[in-house]
Design a protein around this ligand. Structure first.
Ligand SMILES: CC(C)(COP(=O)(O)OP(=O)(O)OC[C@H]1O[C@@H](n2cnc3c(N)ncnc32)[C@H](O)[C@@H]1OP(=O)(O)O)[C@@H](O)C(=O)NCCC(=O)NCCS
Length: 140
């Protein structure tokens, strides 16, 4: 299967990206905030099959020391074919950092372990909706 990866934001339909994220499923995104987040992210990856958006991911980096990866998704019918790995490798190659962090969705830890990620023992976060993240099993 020919998959094309790109970081070009100019031809993105943000509504289509929100749909891919929702279907993956990774939750509903406000389209205006989604566009801001992807445009302001130094690392971006959009995956296309036959010119159709089928996956994405993004990350932020200080260019030297620290980076973080977010919103890694592949449409369900394309999962398990190595596309998520391709998106992650594309982002990791551009991270330029000594430590790269992410939140794994519960159950997705093996996917990231395979890419070299280790569980962190002291990661902490301020979140705007702790009840939701607690229900998802992401915070104590
Ligand atoms: C997490 C996610 C992005 C992974 O994408 P993906 O395209 O399915 O990832 P890959 O195909 O590269 O790898 C998935 C599994 O398929 C296997 N696989 C990869 N290529 C394969 C192939 N050609 N044939 C068969 N199996 C394959 C891998 O071994 C991998 O197994 P693992 O999960 O135990 O590591 C995707 O499942 C997703 O969008 N999930 C919903 C949203 C989500 O949870 N995102 C993560 C946020 S933290």
């Amino acid at each position: 299967m020919d998959i094309e990866l790109s970081d070009d934001v100019e031809n993105i339909s943000w509504g289509e990206l929100a749909r891919v994220i929702e279907l993956a499923p990774l939750g509903k995104r406000d389209i205006v905030k989604l566009e801001t987040a992807f445009r302001n992210s130094e690392m971006r990856c959009f995956a296309y099959h036959d010119e159709k958006l089928i996956g994405a991911g993004r990350g932020i980096s200080d260019g030297a020391l620290r980076a973080a990866i977010y919103d890694v998704v592949v449409l369900p019918q394309y999962q398990g074919k190595g596309i998520g790995t391709m998106i992650m490798e594309y982002l990791l190659e551009r991270a330029n950092a000594e430590i790269i962090m992410l939140f794994a969705n519960p159950g997705k830890e093996p996917f990231y372990s395979r890419l070299g990620f280790r569980k962190m023992k002291t990661a902490m976060a301020i979140v705007d909706n702790p009840e939701l993240l607690r229900a998802k099993g992401m915070i104590e």
